[in-house]
Write a protein that binds this ligand. Structure first.
Ligand code: G6P
Length: 478
């Protein structure tokens, strides 16, 4: 029997109870949608059982009573963590130290010792729960920055277990990584090195990681192999893809077409610019608004001829930096609309809330230009989803070169998110691009998103993992 354990902070569903009824709400975020898409495909049928392990965000009692109603192609293994430890681990170390630092916002990081203690404890709790269930023949695939020490913890108990680790966010340069207290640096890197294969989105993140390994652990690195006592660890760049078919085919669903017509009707003859992000300082929302404001000032003839639909999806609002941001964005948009708009026209239409799949695809397919300007982004799947959804091969993508996705979407209009004049210029270029040029750029980008989708991504990761584990078995037969 071959079992695959997918391990991430978040489970793909949240359970809620209303009266006597249970509701299973899908979780949001790129990681969850990518892995769910992969698990839902035939391609992983080599595993007879698939188990997704993650922190439960409901009580053990609620989970147990609702468990049998979950309808998925795989099993769930919830890990129950005390609210205090979860806060230290999630709000604290994961999202107030690692997230800001790895996205090049070092001044936002808060190095409270209790955060690291909680982070260590939650990782140890994952290891403890897994130790009771897994055996050396299983394959374990750990995801993201919440769980950097986990592979190392499991490796201590299971020297021959096959372990993969994938980081969904950037890995920063050593000059940033080294600002983390030294003992913590060691636990983080040593933990990652418990895996057989460590994957990143880009070659740059991989290079930064190798530098950190050499500086922090003083071990030998040969090409993409890290030599450790008896065990080699391989690193690789595997840029994550999306479920291309879902976005491409979904864009002609009846419900999506209806939404699209609704948006087209309401924009009338105006050009429509669109963006959607989780609420996060790394997404560059102010830079985007400043670039758009500059565009309107430089090109006054576009007044009343363009509208920007900006959607922000609530996220991590228990963390101060996120709650503050919401307020700042609200104020900024109010200001921009009152400064540049008039009684007939609001330059920015703003929604703070979730979009349904139909609304999302309706907007991707109705807009003239998608404006995606993160200051730093591990990959950015919105850019790929937009491209996949455009069966008409029209629409322009203006994309930050600081997003990992820029490596695969070279035909986008690439901008530096700190250069508001460049954003303004590229909005104009995009809105005035000929249909032929839009088509040729979109065709090339679509081919790249189609050929390297989420299943290809996972397959390539597993190929690398199989190779390393076969070599390992040769060295030390089970
Ligand atoms: C990023 C991270 C994911 C995370 C997602 C949503 O994509 O890489 O691990 O799940 O953001 O963030 P949240 O904190 O809501 O899980």
């Amino acid at each position: 029997m071959s079992r695959l354990f997918i391990i991430s902070n978040r489970l793909p569903i949240t359970i809620e109870k209303n009266g006597e009824n249970y509701f299973y709400r899908p979780s949001s975020g790129g990681l969850v949608s990518a892995i769910s898409a992969y698990l839902g495909q035939e391609a992983n049928s080599r595993f007879t059982r698939k188990v997704w392990v993650g922190v439960s965000d409901c009580s053990e009692k609620l989970w147990k009573s609702a468990d049998s109603g979950i309808n998925a192609e795989y099993e769930f293994m919830p890990v129950f963590v005390s609210p205090k430890h979860y806060e230290q681990y999630y709000d604290g170390f994961s999202n107030s130290v690692l997230w800001p630092l790895f996205h090049y916002f070092p001044s936002f990081a808060d190095y409270q010792p209790s955060f690291f203690e909680g982070y260590h404890k939650v990782n140890a709790k994952f290891a403890e729960e897994l130790e009771q269930t897994i055996d050396a023949r299983d394959t374990v695939w750990i995801h993201d920055y919440h769980l950097l020490p986990l592979a190392g913890m499991l490796r201590e108990k299971f020297p021959q277990l096959t372990i993969g680790f994938f980081l969904h966010i950037p890995f920063p340069s050593y000059e940033l990584f080294r600002v983390i207290p030294r003992e913590w640096q060691h636990e983080l890197i040593n933990g990652m090195l418990g895996a057989d294969v460590i994957g990143f989105h880009t070659e740059d993140y991989l290079e930064h990681f190798l530098t950190c390994v050499q500086k922090v652990m003083k071990v030998t690195v040969q090409g993409r192999t890290i030599r450790r006592s008896g065990r080699d660890v391989r690193v690789g760049a595997f840029p994550i893809g999306i479920d291309f078919k879902r976005f491409h085919e979904g864009s002609s669903d009846r419900a999506v077409l209806l939404k699209r017509s609704e948006y087209l009707r309401s924009k009338q003859d105006k050009k429509l610019i669109f963006s959607v992000d989780r609420l996060d300082y790394s997404k560059g929302v102010f830079n985007r608004l400043k670039g758009y404001g500059e565009f309107l000032v430089q090109n006054p003839h576009y007044k009343e001829k363009v509208v920007f639909a900006l959607v922000i999806v609530p996220s991590r609002d228990s963390i101060r930096k996120y709650a503050e941001r919401k307020k700042m964005i609200d104020e900024y948009i109010g200001n921009l609309n009152s400064r540049l708009g008039n009684i007939n026209w609001q330059p920015v239409m703003y929604q703070y809330g979730h979009l349904s799949f139909e609304e999302l695809l309706g907007l991707y397919t109705a807009c003239d230009l998608a404006l995606i300007t993160p200051i730093r982004d591990g990959m950015n799947l919105v850019a790929k989803e937009f491209v996949a959804s455009r069966r008409d091969k029209q629409g322009v993508l203006v994309l930050s070169e600081m997003a990992g996705a820029a490596n695969q979407l070279a035909e986008a209009l690439l901008i530096n998110p700190n250069d508001r004049r460049e954003i303004s210029r590229m909005i104009k270029v995009g809105l005035e691009m000929s249909p032929d040029e839009q088509e040729s750029r979109m065709t090339a980008m679509q081919e790249s998103v189609r050929s390297y989708d989420v299943v290809t991504w996972a397959k390539q990761f597993f190929t690398a993992l199989d190779r390393v584990s076969a070599e390992q078995i040769k060295k030390e037969p089970l």
